[in-house]
Design a protein around this ligand. Structure first.
Ligand SMILES: Cc1cc2nc3c(=O)[nH]c(=O)nc-3n(C[C@H](O)[C@H](O)[C@H](O)COP(=O)(O)O)c2cc1C
Length: 192
């Protein structure tokens, strides 16, 4: 017989991100962040390659990254309003964890599966932060996919890219529920 964990199911059925721009201080300190990172690292990983790592971006690092957005946006031809929004993602944040996908050459494990694993780490990190009582939000943004930005700002190597930026902080307001998928529309029961 199954051995249910109703508290875990209750959390999973009701979890909701908190928009990053509504997050404020305090943010988790290093001690509070460790179990959250530990939970995130406990994610499915085919071949035990550990094709990911964390960069914890504290306030000063986020401010430094914000100063690199203008050059990136100009180079990509982004309009000023997009550049301002992207800059604010960093300049207004107090803590974010970058989940870095580290692609490991392997004859056995396809790179795509390493990407899936990095995405799983992002969700596990988001959920662990939410379950710990913090507000959290998984963001990317065009700058996070730009090689110039991630190499200059994060020092990423050629085999690395940003899977997600998990912003974590104290929530100021709970957002309303958003529409969720129609299970009947996305589920096929294969009976034979
Ligand atoms: C890979 C990925 C990147 C995302 N990037 C952004 C982003 O840059 N900006 C944004 O507003 N939302 C972004 N989102 C969506 C937010 O995480 C959004 O808050 C989320 O859909 C809320 O869902 P939830 O309440 O089910 O957690 C992203 C989501 C994913 C999966």
């Amino acid at each position: 017989m199954p051995d249910p964990n109703p508290a875990a199911m209750e959390f999973l059925l009701n979890r909701r991100s908190r928009p990053a721009k509504t997050l404020t201080t305090p943010v988790p300190d290093r001690a509070a962040l460790m179990p959250i990172l530990t939970a995130a690292a406990r994610s499915p990983d085919h071949g035990k390659l550990e094709p990911w790592r964390f960069m914890v971006l504290e306030r000063n690092a986020l401010l430094r990254l914000a100063t690199l957005i203008d050059e990136c946006g100009d180079r990509l031809g982004k309009p000023p309003e997009d550049i301002a929004k992207a800059r604010a993602q960093y300049a207004d944040a107090h803590l974010a964890v970058a989940v870095i996908e580290v692609q490991i050459p392997s004859g056995k494990i396809p790179l795509l599966e390493q990407t899936y694993s990095a995405g799983a780490v992002c969700l596990a990190l988001l959920n662990a932060a939410l379950a710990s009582g913090w507000g959290a939000n998984w963001l990317s943004g065009w700058a996070s996919h730009d090689r110039g930005f991630v190499e200059a700002g994060f020092g990423l190597a050629d085999n690395e890219r940003i899977a997600g930026l998990i912003h974590i902080g104290t929530e100021t307001s709970a957002p309303p529920e958003r529409p969720r998928p129609d299970l009947d529309a996305i589920t096929t029961w294969v009976t034979e």
